[in-house]
Design a protein around this ligand. Structure first.
Ligand code: CDP
Ligand code: CDP
Length: 230
């Protein structure tokens, strides 16, 4: 094999993909790639331009005019930062508005093709922990380790609520969060182009009642086991 291993982590919103992928990458000294941030960045751009989220033609045109780059950074760990025309949009892409529109934008074939191509370019050398919805099924179907993280909708809504509290954001009811998460999951699972799906050979972990360190430890153990068999 002429590349380093790849760990693919997929699953629905709030399953713990970002947090866990980050820790796994730090522990194994692999590069962390948050593909959701890429779909969020395009969504931010679409909203900035006042383009309707279902106008695929206008969105395809917009995507072709912007330089969406993955830039390696080493602070605090090896990760790829998403830049648009040289700007880091890390804060903007987490807004409520982006979150509620991202699934619609991410359903367009032209958007997915452009972003998947970039993800695969970075994957050529391997050494990645990539996290998203279609990593094990579509982006890196030959990843050495495929994980599907899951948790009940109640647990995922509770985690989001705690995240908001920690960030000092206005309180959103659990009921409302459950509704928003369920809606996004439904759109992500039912779109035509590479929907959210567990890959056949993925290891599913239900993270209800598990801590971040416990989930991280399970993945590292699976990784070491699978790598020793190659
Ligand atoms: O962290 P959170 O679960 O809120 O979302 P995210 O991972 O940042 O992803 C945001 C959205 O991007 C998802 O709801 C999907 O619509 C889309 N996405 C996708 O379609 N494919 C990926 N590989 C990653 C994200
Ligand atoms: O990326 P995704 O939407 O799947 O989840 P996230 O953005 O990583 O958010 C998960 C939240 O739940 C974070 O605040 C984590 O600290 C927390 N959490 C977790 O990720 N995994 C657990 N097993 C327990 C809690």
């Amino acid at each position: 094999r002429n590349r380093q291993p790849i760990i693919a982590i997929d699953g629905p919103a709030g399953a713990g993909k970002s947090t866990v992928a980050h820790q796994v990458a730090a522990k194994l000294k692999l590069v962390y790639l948050d593909t959701g941030a890429m779909y969020r960045a395009i969504t931010w751009l679409v909203l900035q331009h006042g383009i309707k989220v279902d106008d695929e033609c206008a969105i395809a045109e917009l995507v072709s005019h912007y330089c969406i780059e993955l830039t390696p950074s080493e602070d605090p760990l090896y990760s790829l930062t998403i830049m648009i025309n040289g700007n880091n949009l890390n804060e903007e892409i987490r807004s409520v508005e982006v979150t509620s529109n991202v699934s619609a934008v991410a359903s367009h074939k032209s958007v997915r093709q452009a972003l998947v191509k970039q993800q695969q370019t970075w994957g050529q050398k391997g050494g990645l922990v990539a996290e998203g919805r279609d990593i094990g099924t579509h982006v890196f179907p030959d990843a050495e380790v495929k994980i599907f993280l899951n948790a009940s909708i109640e647990e995922r809504a509770r985690r989001r609520q705690q995240d908001f509290q920690r960030q000092g954001e206005p309180e959103v009811s659990l009921e409302q969060l459950e509704k928003q998460i369920a809606e996004r999951d439904w759109k992500d699972s039912n779109r035509e182009v590479s929907p959210l799906q567990k890959a056949n050979n993925a290891i599913e972990i239900n993270t209800d009642g598990l801590t971040v360190s416990q989930v991280t430890a399970i993945i590292i153990q699976k990784y070491q086991h699978l790598i020793s068999e190659l």
